[in-house]
Write a protein that binds this ligand. Structure first.
Ligand SMILES: *Cc1c(COP(=O)(O)O)cnc(C)c1O
Length: 385
């Protein structure tokens, strides 16, 4: 992925246009939904495919005070960009080297004795205490320490704190079903988190408590606690799957490509691999050099439309690795070099990532994180200042 801030004189062949004004707007919406809690903008997976550093900067400008990432490499990228805000990194191997993370003030999630030992070893090497967030498994059975392990983890943490190697910053967990309104496991997970947090407090720690993802940030003020951790909503995609028109959020990403070739094709010709579509009449076909390697799922073959020349037009035949073919009928208003919009906020009638996800039986998270090809130029618009 090439990141570009200024638009080159000729627009790129394939482009993910990211609207940072939308990111700032979305963070403002999320802040208003959780006014009493700090806000951690989650920028893992290269900012859900939107570019971690520019999104982080936009989110911080709009009132986020923390950043959340999955890996040490993702945390290091933020620090290398000069971002000094608190960063939490949460998915590690016990043999990861945490030294640079501790040295650069990256907060680390810890969910086992082995991970805590690795972090304290790194703290010794870095010559300063590591800031840890103890993660409790409150009922997702993914990351986090099981309740039976919690007292042992707290024992180790107490020793590490006494040795000056660790600061217990937080006790935290992650919700399994926050996107389903009224789901009973939200309450159960919140109660278990509070038990784990109270147990830590009885050891003399004074950790903050955090649990809420984007869905809970928008719908469950009772579990906001000290800090909320929205991801998907920062990018303007509704965590409950509501269409953009029904949401205060603004989708930030537009995926588009430029027409490489326009030609007339007679009736009766097969189009693309497998000839799954045949011209019914003489028609104009436009070739757009964006394919499944660029984030257009092949499974959308036969079900995809793009906005081209102000009209929604069908993509015909199979989506190839590198390109798609658009049926433009009489071809009026379509020229080589024109821009075809694959998905965007929907304002001009273009499809949305939500619609793609619905069509595929998946979630929009998978659509936007799927746009990560080095062939797609990522352009950031709405840069503040
Ligand atoms: C990805 C992630 C989030 C953000 O989730 P969204 O559903 O995108 O809001 C929050 N916390 C953790 C631990 C995550 O892994």
């Amino acid at each position: 992925m090439i990141d570009a801030v200024e638009r080159p004189s000729s627009a790129p062949r394939a482009e993910a246009l990211v609207d940072l004004a939308a990111v700032r707007h979305n963070v403002t919406v999320l802040r208003a939904a959780a006014p009493k809690s700090a806000l951690m903008a989650v920028v893992k997976a290269d900012g859900y495919g939107h570019g971690a550093v520019p999104v982080a900067e936009a989110a911080l400008a709009a009132g986020a005070s923390w950043l959340g990432v999955c890996t040490l490499e993702e945390a290091a990228e933020l620090r290398a960009a000069g971002i000094t805000a608190p960063v939490l990194s949460w998915l590690h191997l016990p043999d990861d080297d945490f030294t640079d993370a501790v040295a650069t003030d990256v907060d680390l999630s810890v969910a086992s004795r082995a991970h805590l030992a690795a972090v304290t070893a790194a703290a010794r090497r870095a010559g300063r205490p590591a800031r840890v967030h103890l993660k409790a498994d409150t009922g997702m059975s993914r990351g986090g320490a099981q309740p039976a392990e919690w007292p042992i983890l707290l024992d180790d943490a107490e020793k590490a704190v006494a040795d000056g190697q660790v600061e217990v910053v937080a006790v935290w967990s992650h919700l399994a079903n926050a996107d389903v309104p009224g789901h009973p496991t939200v309450d159960a997970q919140a109660a278990r988190l509070t038990e784990a947090w109270e147990a830590a407090r009885r050891r003399g720690f004074t950790p903050i408590r955090h649990l809420a993802n984007a869905a809970a940030t928008l719908t469950r003020p009772d579990v906001h606690f000290d800090l909320v951790r929205p991801g998907i909503a920062v990018y303007g995609l509704d965590p409950l799957g509501r269409p953009p028109a029904e949401s205060a959020l603004r989708p930030a990403m537009t995926l588009r490509g430029r027409v490489a070739l326009v030609k007339r094709v007679p009736a009766g010709e097969g189009v693309s691999y497998g000839h799954e579509w045949t011209t019914q009449r003489d028609t104009t076909l436009a070739l757009v050099p964006v394919g499944y390697a660029d984030g257009v799922p092949r499974r959308l073959s036969g079900r995809l439309r793009v906005l081209l020349g102000g009209v929604l037009r069908p993509v015909v035949g199979r989506v190839s690795m590198d390109q798609v073919v658009v049926d433009c009928e009489d071809g009026v208003g379509v020229r080589e070099g024109d821009t075809a919009v694959f998905f965007g906020p929907g304002d001009d009638g273009e499809p949305t990532a939500q619609e793609w996800a619905d069509e595929l039986g998946t979630i929009h998270y998978e659509i936007v994180t799927g746009v990560h090809s080095r062939r797609v130029t990522r352009t950031h618009a709405g840069v503040a200042g």
